[in-house]
Design a protein around this ligand. Sequence first.
Ligand SMILES: [Zn+2]
Length: 83
Amino acid sequence: MTCIGRDPLCPCADGDACHYRDSGKTKGFPVPPPQPDPTTDTAVNDLAHELWAIAQSPAPIDDVVALMRDELHKFASAIREKP
Ligand SMILES: [Zn+2]
């Protein structure tokens, strides 16, 4: 079972009670906010720059949109292939 606090050191990883769940009178720890995935962040940043560069092109809109679509498809498959 996955820890709701995404804490690999949480005792629930060993089958014990989870730190992040209330247990009897003990209040659970606040669940930490999800950490941004740095891989995705970098990829999104790269994509944004790529799209900006394409948008600067004086090419006809259809050509520009086709390039953007290619980039977005590449991005989408990269995300899908992520482990
Ligand atoms: Zn836990």
